[in-house]
Design a protein. Structure first.
Lengths: 265, 278, 289
């Protein structure tokens, strides 16, 4: 149960740095620019510049660096796996060999590149979520997707889904804990047995949880309807997003940087 | 009646029509709610009281008969959104009716749906939160609030839509006594000070004492109707419907049976004290 | 079977920004076959306290002994404890999961090692204590039942484990007067029929005044009052300051006492008030005649 409490969604760290104050759309676009850059550049100097970009963002955001680095932890396994796969599986100049396992120079280079790419990718996106509250993030995504509406992108619906998910995650976690306790009081055991046994033991937890989630969804739908909700049509927004001068400056800077670095390296 | 805000005319509602579980939830209900009135609806589960409530803002439509809100027929699809703006609804489960991740966002949800311009929404949200005494919590997330606070936020969400009437469908059933008191005080204040019409569904008798009028539902019909004094003085009928009566009324009733003549419409401790000490 | 709590403190989510102390140095002893009411408003620590009684929550410091067994000791068989200490949570119908009523009610006894041959009797007995009939409900899905019935099936699921101590956390929350009276009278008859220790957590002063012989009032993680209903309700002002209040009957009697009509103050049920007021009114009538 302690595990459930440690899940923090969004991991937003409130603050009032320059980056915190940027329009969420600016931050989303800047993050996308970083992603583009990471896939366009093919050399170490290019990655160097991308790293510089990320480090500058961390510095300006005034986030405690250890917080940012902590974001890598869940992905550590994947990063190491990528690194290892590339190191051992790439053909080329053999540096070291033991039986059929060999390490090549090309493998080392590619592994390092892929690893750096992943690390920077994760760091960059965590700066976005660490400096932007879930509400602003949702607003930003909705606003950016809006032009896609004629081609069938349900911008408002996606944003609404995100909002409701964020609203109900804590409620459902609480409920999970409550049902677990109730079933443990009836002698349920969620901790021992083999994998199959454990999965089976989860039924008394999952069934009530799903039923409750459906009941909540039903109630919520009625409540939303009673409050006049009828989709995105004709709806106004409580908070209007507003581009400021700093957003323009930031986007211009990021664009120039991305184009120049990706062309040169 | 021309001056009715909500008028139920011979309303029938059948659930699961044509199926095995066909069930008459409302049978020929006719009643009208006047502007500014505080009407309490009592009855135990399955008596039809929630079904009645959901007819007041077109969440349910009558199987026959009609419901008029401010002169508009709820069956008319054109006017549904006007009706829902005029009649707000608060539900039983405080967890399942708040949509947004912060209190102020949630209160803004209704006005956003109505297409109110942004600066006006801001004003309405602050006003509504002030009216339910929750302004200082505006940046909190709903799951950090107590049950009573969540229900007050839900009420604020209605107020921000500037309704004429609020229908509360057992809003206190899941609350502790403190939460119940918070909600009832808020509702009574809105009724008295803002002149908002209230239709309050409950099974707590003590919440009905302050109503202008009480409707008692039983098996889909209105079994009793009148002022609290008129309704609660019929103690034996209420017991037969398996409903409670306020404790003081029950006590006065018992003492009456023992041959002391006390008024049957005693509702509160003060009334009984005064009668006994005469 | 008895429960002893010694200097129990509990800190919720220690070492996080959400850290909160829920219980402060609580000591209490509940004797075998007692009927104890625990009252206190939301957040007073009463739910946290009762969850210590079957080891669902571990004390931050202090000890909990059930039938002499220290739950804080390493290697304690908590499942054996939970077999003896039955706990009905708030809105217990939210824990139902079985495809049939039988499967759901049998879950607890099955987990506690009751052989298949004896399950049937356990389930039947558990359901009977809440006035439900196994032969009618056996193959029914618990989800098709009415709200009140669902709750009773869930309670039967705990009763079928045949606990020696029964803890109920607001078993009547959200029910209408009819459902509430049914459950309370079932608890009352269980207490008598099964020789149980019963711990009932509730918000309703009226209900608890009628049923329990002893009341424990929790406030801000501490035991504020502990005694007979007479003792506890004589502290009307203290109860009100904790946001709890006293039964209306007590308010009435106190006011009548102040005005000199009655001499007693220790009355909190309708029956007692009726006979006391009748007595003094009769006296008054004869005095005047």
């Amino acid at each position: 149960m302690a595990m459930l409490r440690n899940i923090t969604i969004g991991q937003y760290v409130p603050g009032d740095s320059w980056i915190h104050r940027l329009d969420p759309r600016t931050k989303i676009l800047a993050t996308m620019a970083l992603i583009a850059l990471l896939f366009l550049v093919q050399s170490f100097p290019g990655y160097g510049f991308a790293a510089l970009y990320v480090l500058a963002a961390v510095y300006v955001s005034k986030l405690p660096p250890r917080y940012v680095i902590r974001g890598l932890r869940p992905l550590l396994v994947i990063i190491i796996l990528t690194l290892t796969l590339h190191i051992f599986m790439t053909d080329g100049r053999v540096l070291w060999q033991w039986g059929f396992i060999s390490i090549t120079w090309e493998g080392l280079v590619r592994g390092a590149m892929m690893g750096t790419r992943l690390v920077l990718l994760v760091l960059g996106t965590s700066i976005l979520t660490l400096t932007t509250s879930p509400i602003h993030l949702t607003d930003g995504i909705e606003s950016l997707l809006k032009p896609g509406k004629p081609i069938g992108i349900p911008a408002h619906e996606l944003a609404m889904m995100m909002t409701i998910a964020l609203r109900f995650i804590p409620t459902l976690l609480e409920e999970t804990e409550k049902i677990m306790k109730a079933q443990m009081a009836r002698g349920a055991d969620f901790e021992s047995g083999n994998l199959l046994q454990r999965a089976k033991n989860l039924i008394p937890l999952l069934v009530p949880l799903f039923i409750s989630a459906f009941r909540r969804a039903d109630d919520l739908a009625v409540a939303m309807e009673a409050r006049g909700y009828r989709g995105g049509e004709g709806r106004t927004k409580f908070r209007e997003l507003q581009f400021a001068v700093r957003d323009g400056a930031c986007l211009a800077g990021v664009t120039v940087f991305t184009v120049v670095v990706s062309v040169l390296f | 009646m021309a001056d009715a805000l909500i008028e139920f005319r011979n309303v029938n509602h059948i659930y699961g029509k044509g199926t095995q579980q066909e069930w008459d939830a409302l049978i020929d209900v006719s009643v009208s709610i006047r502007p500014g009135e505080f009407v309490a609806v009592l009855g135990h589960n399955g008596s039809g009281k929630s079904t009645l409530a959901k007819h007041a803002n077109a969440l349910l439509l009558p199987s026959s008969g009609c419901v008029l809100v401010d002169g508009m027929d709820t069956r008319d699809e054109e006017t549904v959104w006007d009706i829902r703006q005029r009649v707000g609804m608060v539900f039983q489960n405080p967890d399942n009716q708040l949509v947004a991740t912060t209190v102020e966002e949630d209160v803004a949800f209704g006005p956003e749906n109505l297409g109110v311009p942004s600066p006006e929404i801001r004003r309405r949200v602050d006003e509504a939160l002030l009216a339910v005494d929750m302004l200082e919590y505006r940046l909190h997330s709903p799951h950090q609030l107590s049950g009573g606070q969540k229900q007050r936020v839900a009420i604020a969400g209605m107020i921000a839509m500037r309704p004429k009437c609020i229908v509360l469908d057992e809003p206190t059933a899941m609350l502790d006594p403190v939460g119940r008191q918070e909600v009832m005080q808020t509702v009574r204040r809105l009724n008295e000070e803002e002149n908002i019409t209230v239709l309050h569904i409950t099974h707590y008798m003590d919440e009905a004492i302050f109503a202008d009028r009480i409707l008692v539902m039983e098996s889909g019909r209105i079994a009793l109707e009148g002022t609290p004094a008129q309704v609660f003085s019929q103690v034996d009928t209420l017991y037969k419907l398996q409903l409670d009566v306020p404790q003081m009324t029950a006590l006065a009733h018992r003492l009456n049976k023992r041959g002391f003549s006390l008024p049957a419409d005693t509702l509160t401790v003060d009334e009984l004290v005064n009668q006994l000490c005469q | 079977m008895s429960i002893t709590v010694e200097n129990l403190s509990y800190v919720y989510l220690p070492d996080t920004p959400m850290q909160k102390q829920a219980l402060f140095d609580v000591s209490v002893h509940i004797d075998d076959k007692e009927f104890v009411g625990i009252i206190g408003h939301t957040g007073s620590g009463k739910s946290t306290l009762i969850q210590h009684f079957n080891g669902l929550v571990k004390p931050t410091s202090g000890r909990v002994l059930v039938d002499g067994v220290d739950l804080t000791q390493k290697g304690v068989n908590l499942r054996a404890i939970r077999r003896k200490v039955g706990m009905v949570f708030q809105y217990p119908e939210h824990q139902l999961f079985g495809e049939t009523v039988f499967e759901d009610v049998a879950f607890g006894p099955k987990n506690s090692g009751v052989p298949d041959a004896a399950l049937e009797d356990r389930v039947r007995e558990g359901l009977a204590m809440v006035d439900l009939d196994l032969d009618v409900l056996r193959e029914r899905s618990p989800f098709e039942l009415s709200g009140g019935q669902k709750r009773r099936v869930a309670i039967a699921g705990v009763l079928a484990m045949k606990p020696a101590i029964l803890i109920l956390d607001e078993p009547t929350a959200g029910l209408d007067p009819r459902g509430r009276d049914e459950i309370l009278s079932q608890v009352q008859s269980l207490y008598q029929a099964w020789d149980l220790t019963v711990i009932l957590v509730t918000h309703s002063m009226e209900d608890i005044a009628r049923m329990a012989k002893r009341l424990i009032v929790m406030d801000h993680g501490r035991i504020a009052l502990d005694g007979t209903p007479q003792d506890v309700f004589s502290n009307a002002d203290k109860l009100r300051s904790m946001g709890l209040g006293v039964p209306q009957v007590t308010t009435l009697i106190h006011e009548l006492h102040r005005r000199g009509l009655v001499q007693r103050r220790d009355i909190f049920t309708l029956d007692e008030a009726e006979s006391e007021i009748t007595r003094v009114l009769e006296l008054k009538r004869h005095g005047n005649a």
